[in-house]
Design a protein around this ligand. Sequence first.
Ligand code: URA
Length: 239
Amino acid sequence: MNNSPVRLQKYLAQCGVASRRKCEELIVSGRIAVDGDIVVEMGKKIIPGKSRITMDGRPVKSREKAVYYLLNKPKGYVTTLSDPQGRPVVVSLIKNGSSRLFPVGRLDLDTEGALILTNDGQFAQKVQHPSNETRKTYEAEIKGQPHRATLAALEKGILLEGKITAPAKVSLLARRGNSSLIRITIHEGRKRQVRKMFAHMGHPVFHLKRTAYGKLFLGNLSSGKYRQLDSRDLKKVFL
Ligand code: URA
């Protein structure tokens, strides 16, 4: 169910490059590279869908059809492929999914909401590459009642860990006693960025949910549920 490391020669054979034995010969003769480095020894393990494998400089493509899912990640699930602490992993929620499935980017353990999973490494790279500025929208329940100036500062960019955050879109959705519900859209992907941005302004986040990638919205998918994405959905990610 998850794409755990596999031996290079086994992977090459699965991709239909040649028989396992022939693939071993290809490796020994220096024709195979992993992430740009020629590999000649046999013990090398790679991560299907993540490691970049080439033969004679040309990408080795998996025979598997590309699949894409939008999951409503529940709290308490990790977005890594395995967890030494034994916590549940998001890929385990996709029933009968590809064995090479992996999440596109990450969501914190305590964050819920929209998470794309795929076996398509190129698509994942495109979503995450900074030059594409893929927009991610979150709803954050934060402590207290932020001033308008605070929200404006977050929109414009704040100095966070030595670097100004890129312009964001921020709006107040509701005030609730001693908390507020804020919608924020960012296109950077720093670790725990939304939580850090609000905490920095004195409004720690109580609850965080990603509601969209671009114009691909989570909609009414309930927690732990997922749907398969088609090419129209995939285009919305970049809108
Ligand atoms: N920002 C966060 O703080 N957490 C996430 O999971 C995603 C964005």
